[in-house]
Every structure is written in structure tokens, then in C-alpha cells.
Design a protein around this ligand. Structure first.
Ligand code: MIC
Ligand code: SF4
Length: 749
């Protein structure tokens, strides 16, 4: 497959360069090289044109794969059309330590694992067993390649940009299309260039680059854009460090991020057993980088250019509750005091899909080692979640795990664990205000341990380790000293590490299961009594009229991420059962009218109750509803449950100030109306007892706004304009009641 991509790439890039009549960025080259065969080449308009692509591969993690594959099973295809993999990583609770926790997960989620394994086997999908590692790390080690294009049912699929890919997070329905051999549609992205000058040194790590970028661009600044990193600072950085930067690019809403092919990628490919890919990439390396004119005058080719001098970059801590609140470590004392953040660090957690490379771990170990050498005692608890069995095995072989265990560390399973609320943290139920630091991506309220009063700060694994040793959020290892057991003042030496293991990577059982060559005889069973899995019923098509008499279900205030709409943690177990998981719909969203979560007015009874129950009451009465939201609604994850739950429970439209990309697409795919206020101030016009009509649907057309009539309880009304971004095809999805209904019809023919 890679050979084919590389063989076709030069001619495709050349054709695009001709058509546009100018040099190309790397992102453009990869996009043009992956146009679907039926998509005519054109000078697409950034942020406007919808374009069809043919991605090279698909990756799915267990928490989203269930829904993706339940949909694929209805597409009537015997086999997946492109190489695809499933990774079991999200359903393992971190409780005691890796081995025991994995055994518990294998028992607890047996039904789901068996389902995923047999569907994979039937349809030709590679299956990575629980314990094999986290999807993005496993993809980087095995499948990512420079110049490739992939999609994955997880927002952090973008990690593969570290190996020069265009890798994009999508909902399961998008994955289903690509696996069924259909084109995949994306709005032609805007381009942001980030020029990295200077060189990282001392306490500063690749993580600090993205923490800084998040501070500059905020959680919505990257929406609809591909971020391309370049410059001497980029070349001097490891491939896995690049992966970290791309990975957390999901937190600025970017479609994806990427780097040009360089020596670091070649070294990484070779170290992970893919010398052949490195050699092939070498032969076309000019196509795996932007044209030289672009990097010489970036302002001319990118919509926005940011420059960061790595030599001056400080270590950062981002948080709490949002990943873009960036504080350089030297300012933390002030910030913590000004905001009243608890400064005692209770737990330091390293690892996850983004920060568990050999380099990361070796640098953290160089600090852990100093605890004994300098007579210190680690003040906070400390945990590690390795990204893959290959990394775990190698760091164990090289003695790193022994050093961590000397500082009292717990090694959790190679899985998401605490990063996605699968952390059975002792005492979390007491909901005490407390501070943790971790090297993960996200720090939304309740995300790690379910406690709304846990303040989580994101930092590099090095800084997390130093802060865990110090037990103090305001400790600046560059300037501050620690008091050791003998009462002496000691300083931590700067972290040091190795980019790649000197003795090479090793692993005994990586945890991979190849699918049957002919899976047609494989039976996939879903018990009708199961509470974990449920076959999907098609959603109803649009009734062909305007929608009148809808009730306002909730007007959500402020941040409403997919974690607020469809919480993870304990709810992950229902990811394959739409009706059961719908009981978490919007329970984290703050009700504008009473500032409470999960308490809204039922307009039929006048009583207040939980959001899901209230919506079920409207559904039972045959009444539709609408959900209103603020800016960047649906930020964060790719989980399409956040779109399917309201669809399943009878919500008809989501009306917000702005959407996050993946969530907006997920809503459209599921046949829902995703609308934005033409005038954002109209958000204020919605009242708690409103009954709402959506008008203009019989002439629903691209670029044409709709109107909403808000009937207030006092008999008055307001009419407001709302916009949408549906194209012709997406309007068909709406009419059919969801994209899958169209595929179903095609199969039936
Ligand atoms: C996340 O980091 O929020 C997740 C859990 O990996 C999600 C996917 C999911 O909800 O299953 C993501 O980032 O897309
Ligand atoms: Fe897993 Fe966290 Fe990475 Fe999401 S961000 S894939 S939950 S480790």
C-alpha cells in the first residue's frame, strides 16, 4: 500500500502544483495526493470547499469501534476496503497495577472484546488485544508513514503527524464509509504554519511547544485548520516528540498537525523495524516536505504563521479544567496564589498515548534516579501508563521500571486508564479539592477521577516527575531547591534521556491478532439481552415538513465538551449500547437558568429533573426538542455517541454559537440539525419555557439560512436567523434520517 502511495505521489503533487500555479505546503501535497478518484482536481477554497478523499487506512479504539462496527455491519460489505485496525485500550480501569487490572478488564469486558475480536476477524480487520497498548502509540510504532493519510475514530489520531502523516480524528460513521469503500469528505482546511527556531534544551520538552501553542491559539483557534510545523527546531526534535505535539493539537481544535519528513523520522522507522519504509521515503523526500519557497516565505502560503523560539521556551503547566490555560513554570507561584489553586500535588501521572515514548520515559527516569542519589523522598503519588507493550517491555528490560518502583511508582496497564476516567482513585468520591499533574492531553472537569474538584494540570513527563518529587505545584526546578532527608538544600539536575533504545526495541508478545483470510464463515453474535451491546435500528427519516412545537431541553452555559455531553469513565461500558448510554446525555452540561448540571425543567409537568429523563418524557409524548449551546460546542473527543444519544432520544436540533469540527460532522452524519446563531446575541433570547419552530426546512439548501420562532411563555415571540454548513450531500443525510440509511438503501439495491 505504501509503495503504491509513493509511486503515485510525485505525479499527483506535480499536477496540483500546476493547477494552483504555485509552490505547495506539505499538508497540501498530502491532501492532493489523496483525492478520491472521482474528485476532480481544483484550486479548492480553504474553509469552504467540501472535497472527497481516499484515506490509506483506518484505526479504531474499543470505546468507539463498537459503534463504528455496529454501523459497518449494516453496510453489507464482506470485507473492509482499506487496511483497518481495532485497539483495545479505553476499557481497562487503573486500580491496583497492570497485571491485576488487565485480568479484571478481561473478565468485565469479555463480551465487548469478544464482539470486537469476532467482527474484526470476519471483516479483515487487525485486532490489538487489551494490554497491547494505546491506539496512537501502536499506530505510530506500526502503521504510520510519511506522506500517508489516515482517519481514526479518536480525536488524537492526529498523533501520527509525528511521522509526517495527515491523520484525522472522525466519528464512527465516517470510518464506516471509508471501510465500506466510499469517499471520505472533509472541508478543505485552512493552513497554519508554526516555525520552530532554536533548539530545545534542559527542562523544556516537545510537550511545552504544544502547551505554548494551545495558550496562543486557545481551544478553538485551530478549528478547521491543519497545523504544519517546520524550521530548524522541528528538525532537531525526535519523531516521538513531534508525535506529542501533533497529538495534543486536538486540544486546539485543529483538523490535524504534521511535520515534514526528516532524519528523526527515518531513525524512528528503522528502530521500529521499518527500514524499508524509511528507504522508500528517502527516495521521494522532496514530496514529503513543503516546497522550499514555502518555508522561505511562510506568510505567503499559510493563513496564519506563528514563530516559537525553542531556545527561549519555558516549561509550561496548562490548566486547570481547560488545556489552553498556559502558565510558564516561573509564573506558577503568582498564578496559583492569585487563583487560590491548591499547590500541594497529590499525584503525578505520566504516560498516555501522547507521552510515553522511550525518550519521555528515559528523561523521567533520569529525575527519578536523583531521588535516591540526593537523599530525597518523593512527596506525591506517582503512576505510569505505558503507551504500548513494546515500550513497556523495553523500559523494563533497560531497568527503568525498577528505578520508578524505588520512588514508589505504580505501573498501570498499557492503556488509557486515568486519562479517560478509568481510574479507581481511592477517595475520589469524597470530592475534595485537590491538585494533580499529568502528561496527558485533556484536563476537563471530572475527566481523570470523576471528582469535579480535582484540578488537573498538564505538563511534560519531566516536569510532572519533578513536581511529584517536590509535591508542590509551584516548584520551579530551574531555580528552586528541595530540602532532602538530611535537611540539605539540593537541586535537581536537568533531565537527560535517549531518543531511542541503544539496544533496540524488544517485545515478547505485542498483542496482535491477524484476521482470517476468509472471514465469511465467522459468526458475530449480539445477545438481545445484553446491556453492553445493542444492534442499531435505523433512525426515522425526516417527515418532510418544518419542525414545529419543539421544547427547549437545555440551554447549556459555557464550556460544553463531549465529556459534558457524553461522559466517559464509568459510562464507557455502554459505548456499544445506544439506549443505555443515552442515560448520560448532557448530564455534565451546566443549565443556563439555574447554573446546575443535570437539572432541567420539564415543560410538560413544570418539574425539574435529570436531562435524560426529561428528554425521554418528551419522546414518550411524541414531542421533539432542541438543545442550545455556547462556543465550541462538542469540543474534545470524536465520540459520536454525543450526537447519537440526542438523535436516539428525539432531540431534533442543536443550536449553538459555534461547533467543534468533529462533533458538527457527527451530528450531520446522524441526521441531526446542527445550527449556529446568525447573531450570537440571540443566545440571550432563549427562555426556559420556550416552544420553538424551525422554518425553512422544505427549502433546505446549502448556504441558505433557516429561521426559528421562539414562542415564549408570556405569549410573546422572537424570530431569529440561524446558519448551517450543510452541503447537498449532507442535506440528503438529514432527509434520509442519517447517512447510514443511504448506504443501507444502496445495499438493498
Ligand atoms: C478522549 O481522549 O477523549 C478519547 C476517549 O480518546 C476520545 C474518544 C472516545 O470518547 O472514545 C477522543 O479523543 O476522541
Ligand atoms: Fe486514551 Fe487519553 Fe489518548 Fe484519548 S487522550 S486515546 S483517552 S490516552
Amino acid at each position: 500500500m505504501i509503495k503504491k502511495v509513493y509511486a503515485e505521489m510525485p505525479a499527483r503533487v506535480e499536477a496540483a502544483r500546476k493547477a494552483l500555479g504555485r509552490p505547495l505546503t506539505l499538508a497540501e501535497k498530502i491532501l492532493f495526493a489523496h483525492l478520491h478518484k472521482d474528485q476532480a482536481l481544483a484550486n479548492f477554497e480553504r474553509g469552504k470547499s467540501y472535497v472527497d478523499f481516499a484515506p490509506d487506512r483506518v484505526a479504531m479504539q474499543d470505546a468507539t469501534a463498537q459503534m463504528a462496527l455496529l454501523q459497518f455491519m449494516q453496510a453489507g460489505r464482506p470485507k473492509v476496503a482499506v487496511p483497518s485496525t481495532v485497539h483495545c485500550d479505553h476499557l481497562i480501569t487503573a486500580r491496583v497495577e497492570a497485571k491485576q487490572d488487565l485480568e479484571v478488564a478481561n473478565a468485565e469486558s469479555k463480551e465487548v472484546y469478544d464482539f470486537l475480536a469476532s467482527v474484526s476477524n470476519k471483516y479483515g480487520i487487525g485486532f490489538w488485544k487489551p494490554g497491547a497498548g494505546i491506539i496512537h502509540q501502536v499506530v505510530l510504532e506500526n502503521y504510520a508513514f510519511p506522506g500517508g493519510m489516515m482517519i481514526g475514530t479518536d480525536s488524537h489520531t492526529v498523533n501520527a503527524g509525528g511521522l509526517g502523516m495527515i491523520a484525522i480524528g472522525v466519528g464512527g460513521a465516517d470510518a464506516c464509509d471509508v471501510m465500506a469503500g466510499l469517499p471520505w469528505e472533509l472541508k478543505w482546511p485552512k493552513l497554519i504554519g508554526v516555525k520552530l527556531t532554536g533548539k530545545l534544551s534542559g527542562w523544556t520538552a516537545p510537550k511545552d511547544v504544544i502547551l505554548k501553542v494551545a495558550g496562543i491559539l486557545t481551544v478553538k483557534g485551530g478549528t478547521g485548520a491543519i497545523v504544519e510545523y517546520f524550521g530548524e527546531g522541528a528538525n532537531a526534535m525526535s519523531c516521538t516528540g513531534k508525535g506529542t505535539i501533533c497529538n495534543m493539537g486536538a486540544e486546539i481544535g485543529a483538523t490535524t498537525s504534521t511535520f515534514g519528513y526528516d532524519e528523526s523520522m527515518s531513525r524512528y522507522l528503522k528502530a521500529t523495524g521499518r527500514e524499508e519504509v524509511a528507504n522508500m521515503a528517502d527516495t521521494i523526500s522532496q514530496h514529503l516536505n513543503a516546497d522550499p519557497e514555502v518555508y522561505a516565505d511562510p506568510a505567503k502560503y499559510f493563513d496564519q504563521v506563528i514563530e516559537i523560539n525553542l531556545s527561549e521556551l519555558e516549561p509550561h503547566l496548562n490548566g486547570p479544567f481547560t488545556p489552553d490555560l498556559a502558565t510558564p513554570i516561573s509564573k506558577m507561584k503568582e498564578m496559583a496564589a492569585a487563583n487560590g489553586w491548591p499547590t500541594k500535588v497529590e499525584v503525578g501521572l505520566i504516560g498516555s498515548c501522547t507521552n510515553s515514548s522511550y525518550e519521555d520515559i528515559s528523561r523521567a527516569v533520569s529525575l527519578a534516579r536523583q531521588v535516591k542519589e540526593k537523599g530525597l523522598k518523593t512527596k506525591a503519588e506517582y503512576t505510569i501508563t505505558p503507551g504500548s507493550e513494546q515500550v513497556r517491555y523495553t523500559i523494563e528490560r533497560d531497568g527503568f521500571l525498577d528505578i520508578f518502583s524505588e520512588i514508589g511508582a505504580t505501573v498501570f496497564a498499557n492503556a488509557c486508564g486515568p486519562c479517560i476516567g478509568m481510574w479507581d482513585r481511592v477517595g475520589a468520591e469524597k470530592a475534595e479539592r485537590n491538585t494533580i499533574v499529568h502528561s496527558f492531553n485533556r484536563n476537563f472537569a471530572k475527566r481523570a477521577d470523576g471528582n469535579p474538584n480535582t484540578l488537573a494540570f498538564v505538563a511534560s513527563p519531566e516536569l510532572v516527575t519533578a513536581l511529584a518529587i517536590a509535591g508542590d505545584l509551584t516548584f520551579n526546578p530551574i531555580t528552586d531547591t528541595l530540602t532532602n532527608e538530611k535537611g540539605e538544600q539540593v537541586k535537581l539536575d536537568e533531565p537527560t534521556g535517549q531518543e531511542l533504545p541503544q539496544r533496540g526495541f524488544a517485545v515478547e508478545d505485542a498483542g496482535y491478532q491477524a484476521p482470517a483470510a476468509d472471514g465469511s464463515g465467522v459468526q458475530v453474535a449480539v445477545a438481545p439481552t445484553s446491556n453492553r451491546l445493542q444492534l442499531l435500528d435505523p433512525f426515522q427519516p425526516w417527515e418532510g415538513t418544518d419542525l414545529k412545537g419543539l421544547k427547549l431541553l437545555i440551554k447549556a452555559k459555557g464550556k460544553c465538551t463531549t465529556d459534558h455531553i457524553s461522559m466517559a469513565g464509568p459510562w464507557l461500558k455502554f459505548r456499544g449500547h445506544l439506549d443505555n448510554i443515552s442515560n448520560n446525555m448532557l448530564i455534565g452540561a451546566v443549565n443556563f437558568f439555574n447554573e446546575k448540571t443535570d437539572l432541567v425543567k420539564n415543560q410538560l409537568t413544570g418539574e425539574y429533573g435529570p436531562v435524560p429523563a426529561t428528554q425521554r418524557a418528551y419522546k414518550a409524548a411524541g414531542i421533539g426538542s432542541i438543545v442550545v449551546g455556547d462556543e465550541n460546542y462538542g469540543e474534545g473527543s470524536s465520540r459520536e455517541h454525543a450526537a447519537m444519544e440526542p438523535r436516539h432520544l428525539g432531540v431534533r436540533a442543536i443550536l449553538v454559537k459555534s461547533f467543534a469540527r468533529i462533533h458538527e460532522t457527527n451530528l450531520k452524519k446522524q441526521g441531526m440539525l446542527a445550527l449556529t446563531f446568525a447573531d450570537k446575541n440571540d443566545y440571550d433570547k432563549l427562555q426556559e419555557d420556550d416552544t420553538i419552530d424551525i422554518l425553512g426546512l422544505t427549502e433546505f439548501a446549502p448556504g441558505k439560512s433557516l429561521s426559528l420562532v421562539l414562542h415564549h411563555a408570556d405569549g410573546s415571540s422572537d424570530t431569529i436567523q440561524v446558519n448551517h454548513t450543510y452541503n447537498e450531500q449532507q442535506i440528503e443525510w438529514f432527509k434520509a434520517g442519517g447517512a447510514l440509511n443511504i448506504i443501507r438503501k444502496q445495499v438493498a439495491k
